[in-house]
Design a protein around this ligand. Structure first.
Ligand code: PEP
Ligand code: MG
Length: 757
């Protein structure tokens, strides 16, 4: 029999379901009634509801037509039998002759042998099956598409009941091994800030839960849909306008795709069809989205799969417009161990969360230079980005591991995996506690050489770690970072205020302020630097501020005022020749004279230094050393220009080694010249933060290092175990080798001498 079922019939069915749901009684009683209603309305002899329980088992929870004694007894593993297959694939299955299906699993206690046809659909929650609703008929019935759709709509209403936690406790649904169909998933990403976090998924933009599922007036619902769609489009246009993007920018392309989808007629007409079946506009959007996901998930083309997330995002936006629910997760009641999951996050958004609860961040997009990564760094928050498909797979409440050492996110980890990471996390915490115990001990080598360990900073937030880290001071304050997370250029007053706060927080410890190092990978949205073929070698840092002296002068003015009466250490980045240093110093002197003329208290002393990060400067080092109070080696840029190897290109990351005889010899030559001139020398690039590299630096003559605060403990532990003279001698030998790297040799040296690296 090929029964047909128009939207009118589905509407009636939905209305009856709503009445049943509202009638009161226990969830089980309501479910018992619901299966009767469905069977009656869909002209089926059987209607059964299975719910996913602990251990990936589907349990028969209610039935009309099968033997009642089978309820709560009949169980199928996910993947087992037709019902198990529907759950596993999260796809409907309509079979005129179910018993001849290869996956048919006969359960004698149900008495189902007399029913031949079967239509089952998954009960979905964000694309994942949490149960199955099935109808059966004695005849070999061919179920029509409309019937499949009607049952899918019913399943949506049932999803609310199942997910309510009244049938199976929410706790059981969430527990790792009980996550029903939800197998553990590993998503590869990029580590944006190191560490390990174990916690619970909190979606930054929570999916809105639709409470009102059924509506009587389709015309009114369609009007609401039109209005919400218009609101959503306005929002998207505003995003375009705010971002000020141009064609060719890849973000523009992403947004353009969005705009295209937001106009998708097919999408809207399917939503309108779903409204015709008696759903509210918001329920219809969700219904179509579940369907979209199920369909697109089967497609292997990665581009199309990516689009699931776009549609998810749009559907979410649309539902938000419809329900008027615009709250972000930060305002909600949250668990104690949050792992924040988002497509992308702005720095301010991240700061809205309670730091004590926030354990880690997982992003679908994001990059290591993104602002949110800078903040995560300052907050010491493990963060993985570039995790494709994360949003469509993570569900609020899912247990999750952010492995920002290995660059992966593990959703719903298996017990043993979780245990392994918990052990690693504990070991990390214990190591840190061990380093914290070193905080007040001096950084002196075993042969009595004092080493100055300093920290790098960029935000006021960073200064919170200054005391705990045991650092002597701030060896590198990257002034561009506060500029980068703002939307407008700070004026002199704002800058003065900021630098003053930094100095106040540092108490009496010295802070080396580096003037703006903009350009390359550091972009200011409000400063127009024309597109350059090769920005790392283009108009950046001191070049840019010498071209636009007003920027440098204002910054220097802010620094002079902030440090009035106190010590000021100021240094210029990316200086390639002495003439550039002279030009920058001249601007500084103009400002000093200007401040003095106005009777303002000047800093005392004012120490002027330079970053050595462009190899050419080494060939004017003698002339430079006569002019500066200190030199700081920026090994990140120095390495990139020394080897002509882009520091931001992951394919180049391991090609050359800073622990190569060439690079070490170069660094040693700089150290020797500074030593001979008795000029203070620091190394403030990433090299200083790794104990083995730091050990090598001490061996070639460096006595001051500056690094991110988490590195200070491990480096200090290395320093205190080190006997310098034999290392210096050994380095002299191995710097002469023709090897690609002396990393292994230095590692062996450390092991042989019990130096923790
Ligand atoms: C460097 O280049 O090593 C350095 C410290 O500067 P930045 O990383 O900010 O370019
Ligand atoms: Mg640099």
């Amino acid at each position: 029999m090929a029964a047909t079922l128009g939207p009118g019939a589905t509407r009636r069915l939905l209305k009856r379901l709503r009445d049943t749901m509202a009638a009161g009684g226990s969830a089980q009683q309501r479910l018992d009634k619901i299966v009767k209603v469905i069977a009656g309305e869909l002209i089926a002899e059987v209607c059964s509801v299975y719910v996913v329980r602990a251990g990936q088992v589907l349990e028969l929870f209610a039935t009309e037509g099968l033997k009642p004694e089978a309820v709560h007894k009949t169980r199928l593993r996910v993947g087992e039998g037709i019902v198990g297959e529907i759950a596993e694939n999260a796809r409907p299955l309509a079979l005129a002759d179910a018993q001849s299906h290869p996956n048919f699993a006969f359960r004698p206690e149900t008495g189902e042998e007399i029913f031949h046809s079967m239509l089952g659909v998954p009960i979905l929650r964000s694309g994942r099956a949490i149960g199955v609703v099935a109808i059966q008929n004695r005849t070999f019935r061919e179920y029509a598409d409309e019937e499949v759709e009607a049952l899918q709509t019913v399943a949506m209403v049932l999803a609310e009941l199942v997910a309510s936690g009244e049938l199976v406790s929410a706790d059981e649904m969430l527990r790792t091994e009980d996550a029903g169909l939800v197998a553990s998933e590993r998503i590869e990403g990029q580590k944006l800030n190191e560490g390990i976090a174990i916690g619970i998924v909190v979606l930054h933009q929570p999916r809105v839960s639709v409470r009102q599922m059924v509506a009587d007036d389709p015309a009114a619902e369609k009007k609401r849909l039109r209005e919400a769609a218009a609101g959503m489009r306005t929002d998207i246009d505003r995003i375009f306008a705010d971002a000020g993007l141009e064609e060719g920018d890849e973000r523009w392309e992403i947004l353009e795709t969005y705009r295209m989808f937001a106009e998708d007629r097919g999408w809207f007409s399917r939503i309108a069809d779903a409204i015709d079946t008696g759903l509210t506009a918001e329920a219809a959007v969700q219904r179509v989205q579940e369907d979209n996901r199920a369909r697109l998930a089967l497609v292997s083309d990665p581009y199309i799969r990516e689009r699931i997330t776009d549609f998810d995002d749009l559907a979410n936006r649309l539902v938000r417009h419809l329900t008027g629910d615009r709250t972000a997760a930060a305002d909600a009641d949250l668990p104690d161990d949050i792992v924040l999951v988002a497509r992308n996050l702005g720095p301010a958004e991240l700061l809205e969360y309670d730091r004590r609860k926030l354990k880690g961040v997982a992003l679908e997009e994001g990059s290591s230079t993104s602002h949110v990564a800078i903040i995560a760094h300052a907050l010491d928050l493990p963060m993985v980005g570039h995790a494709a498909g994360l949003l469509s797979r993570a569900e609020p409440g899912d247990p999750v591991i952010v492995d920002a050492l290995g660059g992966q996110i593990i959703l719903r980890p298996r017990e043993d995996v979780r245990d392994t990471f918990a052990v690693a996390l504990r070991a990390r915490q214990e190591r840190r506690a061990g380093y914290a115990a070193l905080k007040d001990l001096p950084a002196v080598t075993r042969d009595g050489t004092p080493i100055s360990l300093n920290m790098n900073a960029g935000l006021v937030l960073d200064l919170e770690h200054l005391g705990d880290s045991g650092a002597d001071g701030i060896g590198l304050y990257r002034t561009e970072i506060p500029f980068m997370i703002r939307s407008t250029m700070p004026d002199v007053v704002e800058q003065t205020d900021l630098y003053r706060r930094i100095l106040d927080r540092a108490e009496n410890r010295p802070v080396v302020f580096r003037t703006l190092d903009i350009g390359g990978d550091k972009v200011l949205p409000y400063l127009d630097v024309s597109t350059q073929e090769n920005p790392a070698m283009g108009v950046r840092a001191i070049r840019l501020t010498l071209d636009r002296p007003a920027i440098l002068r204002e910054q220097v003015r802010g620094l002079l005022r902030a440090a009035g009466g106190r010590r000021l250490d100021i240094m210029f980045p990316m200086v390639a020749e002495v003439a550039e240093f002279d030009a920058a110093k001249e601007l500084l002197e103009i400002e000093i004279a200007r401040e003095a003329k106005r009777g303002r208290a000047l800093p005392d002393p004012i120490r002027i230094g330079v970053m050595l990060e462009v190899p050419s400067l080494y060939w004017q080092l003698q002339q430079l050393l006569k002019r500066v109070d200190f030199v700081s080696v920026g090994s990140n840029d120095l390495m990139q220009f020394f080897f002509a190897s882009d520091r931001g290109n992951p394919d180049m990351a391991d090609r050359y080694d800073p622990l190569s005889p060439g690079m070490l010899s170069f660094l040693r030559a700089i150290a020797r010249d500074c030593d001979a001139a008795q000029t203070q020398l620091t190394l403030c690039g990433d090299m200083a933060s790794r104990p083995l590299e730091a050990m090598a630096l001490l061996g070639i003559g460096y006595r001051r290092l500056s690094m991110p605060f988490p590195a200070i403990g491990p480096v200090k532990a290395m320093v205190r175990a080190l006997d310098l003279p034999p290392l210096a001698k050994y380095l002299d030998e191995i710097c002469r080798l023709a090897d690609h790297s002396v990393r292994k040799k230095l590692g062996d040296f450390a092991r042989d001498h019990n130096i923790p690296v």
